[in-house]
Design a protein around this ligand. Sequence first.
Ligand SMILES: [Zn+2]
Length: 256
Amino acid sequence: MTPLPAFTDNYIWLLQDQQQVLAVDPGDGQAVRQWLENQPQLQLGAILVTHHHADHTAGLQDLVQATGAQVFGPALEKLPVPHTPVADGDAIPWGSLRWQVIDVPGHTAGHVAYWAQPEGEDPILFSGDTLFSGGCGRLFEGTAAQMLDSLDKLASLPGHTRVCCAHEYTLANLRFARAVEPDNTQLALYDQHCQQLRAQGIPTLPSRLDKELDINPFFRSRLSSVREAVCRHAQLSLTDDVQFFAQLREWKNQFK
Ligand SMILES: [Zn+2]
């Protein structure tokens, strides 16, 4: 599995099965074509798209023209090329894998994630801009209630799932996470580890789902430590899960 860097902080994930390649969210077609040219024995056969934003879809036209790859994408969103629409509960067979489609609205209205369990390996999740390491996507089209529900769905996947996010936002997310949970020692250690990786130019991804449950404040908005921090910051007394989550997201939006 290769995180191909694109633009300033995107990753286009590439996965290989024998001679076949699967690409996820190719915002930059040229970057993918160059990668393929260096490995002429490989063929791009399929593309998975998580949502319609240009930094995830701008390379589609170019790649479909060059390779004829089949594109799978959210049923509720428009993409620049014809695509096979997929939604919650669908399965996409690819090589020896079956990608399960999970609806995760919030960042966009129709955002989907893809999960598969390769034989003898840890499962893989392509989470797009819904789940980042240490954070979650901004709410552009959906509500806090939708995003909380989407993250709850992802949290129920097996803990050893490898989380392949579409952006290298980890260090900035962890700075915020540490402001929310200054006493979380796991978080402090993970932050140190990720800082070392970035200092060497190494991606912090994939992350692991069980790690995210320990350190990602957006998975932890029901814990009293996180709730107390949110109330202190917002100077509000909140009562329900969605309010806490919404205020946490708002705090992150303003965080510098
Ligand atoms: Zn996006």
